[in-house]
Design a protein around this ligand. Structure first.
Ligand SMILES: Cc1ncc(COP(=O)(O)O)c(C=O)c1O
Ligand SMILES: N[C@@H](CCCC[NH3+])C(=O)O
Length: 475
């Protein structure tokens, strides 16, 4: 990506965007352009996908949360994830505003650390977890277990034991075989609320690998082949399980409302069948997450306000037609809350011209961001901390790992004089980066630094060589 036009480059202090009007825009739903960033639309359009606090500084630096990125790189090293606390909180509030009377669960798999759990809880969201690890971490921050929902297509005995011991609000049943196993784990006299994960037979999502609404995949219970109906009958035969609703998660990176409306219609159909067959009304409908965001300028994002309005209308219409009460709505956004609040910083280590290709190799790679390798996702890195007059050239930003496919950003435009020592910053790095980071090549995972109001605070420290060595028992 070409560094965009800068403004107000004369003073050394972070230049703030105009203050947000007191009312709505700063709380506009995530994903709605141009108010995706808080306050007025960004002065510099090339910063539209960056956290709302991002401002240009002298020497082509950027400040996020009032802290210059080059200062963060010097202080915390690279690679490093930077998270704008205000942006996370603003996105949580925007969801609550767009979805009144809805339980909004933040999907912890997108990114979780203690501070994140704390912010999300303070903002009034619940949590969707899919392991004992995510659950226990959240609970250590005082997250009320009753506001937590446990997911997973293969929950381990430890996952179920932790959920029951800590008293999570609901457990999502994902397979028939799980029913008896869960019922047996519930202590005598206890009754666990459960949701049933339903596969509605809808194809939606940004990449085949992240589509979970089609019948032929590993998650949930299909309506088409009757397994969902069969599972519900089985659950009703288990006195220690209390079915409270249906759940579906269509996939991730969904940028249109239509698939959600199809899901609502199919789930209402199933609610009606359950009512007719068993004489019960399940009071909850959990539509999962999957709300798509843009990673590069010009990419589409799901319009959350539109989603909220249309889902509510479809629920009201469908339930009235089926003679059912409107169920309580639950949603589980992850990416749309954490993703745009994060930036990742890399230092350039090598620049190489091979034939037609110019490679810019940085000190991170697929171990801190496997998403390009997994899903072919494209990012928009930007040179920060140094002004360049060189014309932009097409380059491929690659990582440091022993894989030809370790590409972080293919065919992006960076100044032609890019060189070792330069700092690159990549926006929209808050979701599914650290949470999917690996230990490949024994490279320690990067730290997470929170920025807010001109202050930087380490949330998760860098994984050191000592950390890695400690786990290795030796000969
Ligand atoms: C059950 C469930 N809920 C919520 C999410 C969050 O999805 P996203 O981060 O795309 O909003 C996921 C992940 O795709 C999921 O599997
Ligand atoms: N991890 C994926 C999406 C799947 C989300 C989890 N169900 C991503 O980075 O986009």
């Amino acid at each position: 990506m070409t560094p965009g036009p800068r403004k107000a480059e004369s003073s050394g202090a972070p230049v703030r965007r105009p203050a947000a009007p007191a009312e709505a825009p700063s709380e506009a739903p995530p994903g709605t352009a141009p108010s995706d960033a808080p306050g007025a639309p960004p002065e510099d359009e090339s910063l539209a996908l960056w956290p709302g606090s991002t401002v240009p500084l002298p020497h082509a630096d950027l400040a996020v949360g009032g802290v210059p990125l080059s200062e963060l790189a010097d202080r915390f090293g690279t690679p490093a994830y930077v998270l704008d606390e205000h942006e996370v909180r603003r996105r949580c509030r925007a969801y609550l505003r767009a979805f009144p009377d809805t339980e909004v669960l933040y999907a912890a798999k997108a990114f979780l650390c203690r501070a994140m759990a704390h912010w999300v809880r303070e903002e009034g969201l619940g949590l969707d977890v899919c392991s004992a690890g995510e659950l226990e971490l959240a609970v250590t921050t005082g997250f009320p277990p009753e506001r937590i929902v446990l997911h997973g297509n293969a929950k381990s005995p430890d996952d179920l034991a932790a959920a029951l011991r800590l008293g999570v609000g609901r457990i999502v049943i994902d397979s028939t075989s799980e029913i008896a196993r869960l019922a047996a784990a519930v202590p005598p006299g206890g009754r666990q609320k459960v949701l049933i994960r339903v596969v509605p037979g809808i194809s939606a999502g940004g990449h085949a690998k992240i589509r979970t609404g089609t019948d032929d995949q590993k998650f949930g219970l299909s309506v088409a082949d009757g397994s969902a109906q069969h599972a519900i009958a089985r659950i009703l035969g288990q006195p220690r399980l209390e079915p409270v609703g249906l759940h579906c998660h269509l996939g991730s990176q969904i940028t249109t409302v239509k698939p959600y409306l199809s899901a609502v219609r199919r789930l209402i159909g199933l609610l009606a069948r359950v009512h007719d067959q068993h004489g019960i009304t399940l009071p909850e409908l959990d539509l999962g997450g999957g709300h798509g965001i843009a990673y590069r300028p010009g990419e589409p994002a799901l319009d959350i306000a539109c989603l909220a309005a249309k889902v509510r209308a479809e629920l009201a219409r469908g339930c009235a037609a089926a003679g059912l009460p409107v169920p309580r709505l639950v949603i589980e956004p992850g990416r749309a809350i954490a993703g745009p609040a994060g930036v990742v910083l890399y230092r350039v280590l090598a620049v190489k011209q091979t034939g037609a290709h110019r490679f810019v190799a940085v000190d991170g790679g697929m171990s801190d961001n496997p998403r390009p390798a997994l899903y072919g996702v494209r990012y928009a890195p930007r040179l920060v901390g140094r002004r360049s007059a060189a014309a932009p050239e097409a380059v491929t930003v690659v990582g440091r790992h022993c894989e030809a496919g370790d590409v972080l950003a293919s065919d992006v435009r960076l100044p032609g004089d890019i060189r070792p020592g330069d700092l690159l910053a990549v926006p929209v790095a808050g979701a599914y980066h650290l949470s999917m980071a690996s230990g490949y090549n024994l490279v320690g995972r990067p730290p997470v630094v929170a920025v807010v109001d001109g202050r930087a605070r380490l949330l998760v420290r860098r994984e050191s060589f000592a950390d890695i060595q400690e786990r290795d028992i030796g000969l």
